[in-house]
Design a protein around this ligand. Structure first.
Ligand code: C2O
Ligand code: CU
Length: 463
């Protein structure tokens, strides 16, 4: 039945599908607008030209979204990029329809079109958002930002800083982003590695602090492939959360905190360096410690150091019960350079590794290259899953599950912290467990984004 109201709505819909910018803008977005568009920023030192990036809100990182646990995020994503795109809210135990995976949970948003994201954030913690269409290109161009969900009761720190770690692959002469996103080397080896490392888009990020000040640092690894091994100097600290989820007990920062692509860590640090000295967030590159962020000490905060910080308040649903009756699922990762994969199935056809290489495809999950038609696991709502992952390749992989967090089962049977991404080194077999308590089709892939693009993608269905 065509009512006057329907007619009007249909009229509006057909106008919005026209790629006429003037008309698209005349429409009022349902929620606050969240635009992705090209921009130029001073990424390299000032003697270089500005770098053309793609950014949310035209910035890099995109605007920080900060809300309180249990609240709603409502944004009308408007695509002003020259490519179709979508927004994924990494680590949020979200309603499936809002997960932002182009081709699985929604259609990609075409240039000039928009999509309304509307979801509740059930857990406090450090999350991030990023483009999820051609991610290997769009994330490398800068399409990401922090999504911070505050605890209702704020922990006892003097201040906090969100630090997004990334590496950029720039032309050393022009400071422009290397456009060879499909490079066979990146796809078949460790992924697209940058030659220019930055924090929040700054290679020289420096934050003034005072001695004895207590800071909460929210670290987010937004790099396409780089694994950051993080330490501190002139500070003493504890890890209090991983992938958004609080640890039962703060853990003293040791040699190195390993953050694979997509992973986050909340650390609480006390500045121990004296006035006039500089403390550092340190990155361990091979054998060297390099400053990632400098913290010049400009004075003294309080006379005394404080005690070990308390644990952050728990989120709901952090337990993984029912392991005795868990459904076993196995994932074998094969392929890549220096691997031993002989053949695999690509789009229903068995191909030799050499044939795959000629198609710029390199990796397989359980013998299949790329998104399979059938899910890796078809799970009943509430079922507990025991997922064994075997990295039968010569490279590390950061395996990320959408929609649900998991806990690693240790050798002694104890469960590790709740996480959404697991960084696995070559040859490792690790087992994780989770409760399939979120209905929908959930992507499970390598967060080395060139690997995901060249085979390392699958999905699980929860009904
Ligand atoms: Cu952070 Cu499938 O993504
Ligand atoms: Cu990988």
């Amino acid at each position: 039945m065509t009512t006057r109201r329907n007619f009007l709505l249909n009229g509006v819909a057909s106008v919005s599908t026209l790629a006429v910018p003037g008309i698209a803008h005349a429409l009022t977005p349902k929620f606050e607008e969240f635009v992705a568009r090209p921009a130029a920023i001073q990424l390299a030192p000032p003697s270089y030209a500005k770098t053309e990036i793609w950014g949310f809100g035209g910035g890099m990182p995109g605007p920080e979204l900060r809300i309180t646990q249990g609240e709603r995020v409502q944004r009308s994503f408007l695509n002003e990029l020259p490519q179709a795109s979508s927004v994924h809210w990494h680590g949020i135990r979200i309603d499936n329809a809002m997960d932002g995976v182009a081709g699985l949970t929604q259609a990609a948003v075409e240039p000039g079109a928009s999509f309304d994201y509307d979801f509740v954030v059930p857990d406090a913690g450090t999350y991030w958002y990023h483009a999820h269409a051609r991610s290997f290109e769009q994330v490398a161009r800068g399409l990401y930002g922090a999504l911070i969900v505050e605890e209702a009761e704020v922990p006892d720190v003097d201040r906090e800083e969100v630090l997004i770690l990334d590496d950029w692959l720039l032309d050393p002469k022009t400071a422009q982003i290397d456009p060879d996103f499909n490079s066979a080397h990146s796809r078949s080896h460790a992924g697209r590695m940058g030659n220019f490392i930055a924090t929040n888009g700054r290679y020289d990020l420096s934050i003034d602090v005072r001695q004895n000040e207590r800071l909460r640092l929210r670290l987010i690894n937004a790099a396409n492939a780089r694994i950051f091994a993080i330490g501190v100097a002139g500070m003493e600290g504890w890890t209090v959360a991983l992938d958004g989820m609080p640890l039962v007990k703060p853990q003293r920062l040791g040699e190195a905190l390993v953050l694979g692509p997509g992973q986050r860590a909340d650390i609480i640090v006390d500045v121990t360096a004296e006035t006039g000295e500089t403390a550092h967030l340190v990155r361990n590159d091979s054998n060297d410690g390099v400053s990632q962020v400098a913290f010049p000490v400009t004075g003294r905060a309080t006379a005394a150091r404080r005690d070990t910080p308390a644990a952050l308040p728990r989120n709901a649903k952090m337990n993984v019960a029912g392991l005795e009756n868990a459904v076993p699922v196995r994932l074998n990762i094969e392929g890549g350079a220096m691997g031993r994969m002989r053949s695999a199935v690509l789009k229903g056809e068995r191909k030799s590794f050499r044939e795959l290489v000629s198609e710029n495809e390199f990796w397989a999950f359980n013998g299949t290259v790329g998104m399979p038609d059938t899910p890796l696991a078809d799970l009943g709502l509430g079922q507990t899953v025991r997922l064994e992952i075997n990295n039968d390749t010569s490279f590390p992989h950061a395996m990320h599950l959408h929609g649900m967090h998991f806990r690693e089962i240790g050798e002694d049977g104890t469960l590790g912290p709740l996480r959404d991404t697991i960084t696995m080194f070559r040859g490792e077999t690790r087992t994780v467990a989770f409760v399939a308590d979120n209905p929908g089709d959930w992507l499970f892939h390598c967060h080395m984004l060139s690997h995901a693009a060249s085979g390392m993608m699958t999905w699980m269905r929860v009904t």
